[in-house]
Design a protein around this ligand. Structure first.
Ligand code: PLP
Length: 265
């Protein structure tokens, strides 16, 4: 979406690779200064879909300095800010020095409150950026159905600790998935956040071939990493957006397919 909408607006899109050895964070020093000089907008997404990686406050500080130096607006997609495991809450870009001058952060109720498809979210950050977004939004679509707005108010004013409950459900399922796949001799990149886990493609197969095998031999749908960009070769993405029973079933089938028909070996 980031790329397609930029292209709709006539912008040139430059991809910044996210590599495992850099903790799936962009290497700002590797960005061509000529490109940085022309850039207007820099999208980042942490906690990250599809890698499950987190940004550190130090990375955000560096990003804010980079953006201020090159006069770039940072658009931080924080849709997964509430879905994290065994770590403190993920930091916000807006907490970094200077970030309010050069940043806007996007939140959604889709993940934190299990409301995907309901189309409710919010943005915060630089005053001019938020005002510009408001102008675009008012001329792009109309208001949300009232009952959904009331549901969103109920979600955001909830005092029952709903996101805590959700986190603990996802944590349990994530352990189930990762433990099961590791027992089936697959290498899992255990996520720090989000409900996605990357699995390393076994040697001898591409991401797409491995995803095809899992689909046809085990009946389990995964997304090849290459669906997210060229840097995704070597991984497939799994999710725990389903009940523990189905996750157990998927692990059982993957294990069976791998031992039975040498799936991914
Ligand atoms: C799910 C998701 C969102 C939220 O999208 P909505 O349109 O609010 O449902 C945003 N960014 C990423 C990367 C996501 O995966």
């Amino acid at each position: 979406m980031y790329a397609t909408w930029a292209r709709f607006c006539g912008a040139e899109v430059v991809r910044v690779p996210l590599r495992e050895e850099n903790g799936f964070l962009p290497d700002l020093d590797a960005i061509d200064p000529e490109v940085a000089g022309r850039a207007k907008l820099f999208w980042v997404c942490y906690p990250n879909n599809p890698t499950g990686a987190l940004a550190s406050p130090a990375f955000y500080d560096e990003l804010a300095r980079f953006a201020l130096r090159h006069d770039i607006l940072v658009a931080s997609d924080a849709a997964y800010s509430e879905i994290y495991y065994d770590c403190p809450p993920p930091p916000s870009f807006l907490a970094s020095p200077g970030a309010m001058e050069c940043g806007i952060e996007f939140h959604s109720l889709s993940k934190a409150y299990n409301m995907p498809g309901w189309r409710v979210g919010f943005a915060a950050g630089n005053r001019d950026a938020v005002a510009a977004l408001r102008t675009v939004k008012t001329h792009t679509d109309s208001g949300t159905f009232g009952a959904i707005q009331k549901a969103a108010v109920a979600a955001l004013t909830d005092t029952t600790g709903y996101p805590d409950q959700l986190r603990s459900d996802y944590r349990g399922r994530m352990h189930l998935l990762c433990d099961g796949l590791e027992a089936a001799d697959l290498e899992v990149l255990r996520p720090r956040a989000t409900f996605y886990a990357l699995v390393r493609t076994p040697a001898g197969a591409t991401s797409e071939e491995f995803a095809d095998e899992l689909l046809h031999k085990a009946g389990v749908l995964t997304i090849p990493g290459t669906g997210f960009g060229p840097g995704g070769e070597g991984y497939v993405r799994l999710t725990v957006c389903t009940g523990s029973g189905q996750i157990e079933e998927a692990v059982r089938r993957i294990t069976e397919a791998r031992t039975g028909s040498q799936c991914g070996r």
